[in-house]
Design a protein around this ligand. Structure first.
Ligand code: GLN
Length: 242
């Protein structure tokens, strides 16, 4: 990694509305882990009224939110839907958590209203009886170590023919019944796991950074970091719940 430093721009969508359980910490983890490898990162926070130039973004991050906040956001999403779809279909990297994950799907049906989604993923969500709350452990098919996090959602998501992000080892996952958690599709990572997700799972954070760098610069290998503390914390949760 010599010469001009590599650069990434992260677009953080609507953190004033979508930012539960420290979801913003994911931006910090992405930024710091990139910076420790000499990669320049700019993170842009967008408000609902802001125009988003997707062509300038390498990672789009959408956090979780309450049903009320999702309803507020979905009106605006209708206006940016085509450009978001173009970005994601073209291999743009997206990381979406919980309410953000639901918004990537076709819809989230509440008791009396429906939150229209971006239809970037062919999934749908319906509110269920009670909430799925607690620590979650999943096993993916592309990372060696398990991924851990915390879920708290009333919605149940059904992913059809999509591949999940991982299989539930412990916890509820997408709907508490089919053993699937999240979705991994193209360069989209969508999951119910808060935590924040990336500080708790440095391997998943590096996966997302790698995808963003590969799209922009071609094949890259991130230099290793000392993640002993992070993986000790990760293992603690795995041993406790799995
Ligand atoms: N409001 C959504 C639900 O309850 C998402 C919640 C969240 O983002 N934690 O299912």
């Amino acid at each position: 990694m010599s010469g001009t430093p590599m650069r990434l721009t992260i677009g953080h969508l609507y953190p004033e509305l979508l930012n539960l359980y420290g979801d913003r910490g994911n931006i910090t983890a992405l930024s710091r882990r990139a910076a420790w490898r000499g990669i320049d990162v700019t993170a842009i926070e967008y408000r609902l009224s802001d125009e988003i130039d997707f062509s300038a973004l390498d990672i789009v991050f959408v956090g979780g939110g309450s049903d009320r906040e999702q309803l507020l956001v979905c009106k605006r999403l209708g206006e940016i839907k085509a450009r978001f779809q173009e970005y994601a279909d073209g291999g743009g990297v997206v990381a979406a958590i919980c309410g953000g994950y639901q918004l990537l799907g076709r819809y989230y049906k509440l008791k009396n209203e429906t939150v229209e989604g971006l239809s970037v993923l062919d999934v749908f969500t319906e509110s269920g009886e009670g909430r799925l709350i607690g620590d979650v452990v999943i096993q993916t098919d592309f990372l060696e170590q398990p991924v851990v996090g915390f879920e708290n959602h009333g919605g149940r998501t059904y992913i059809g023919s999509h591949a999940p992000l991982g299989k539930v080892v412990s916890g509820g996952g997408n709907n508490g019944t089919d053993g699937a958690e999240g979705v991994r599709y193209k360069n989209i990572i969508a999951t119910y796991l808060h935590g924040p997700l990336f500080p708790k799972n440095p391997h998943l954070c590096d996966y997302v950074l790698t995808k963003a760098l590969e799209k922009k610069y071609g094949a890259v290998t991130l230099s290793p970091l000392n993640d002993d503390a992070e993986f000790a914390a990760n293992r603690f949760i795995v041993n406790r719940f799995a």
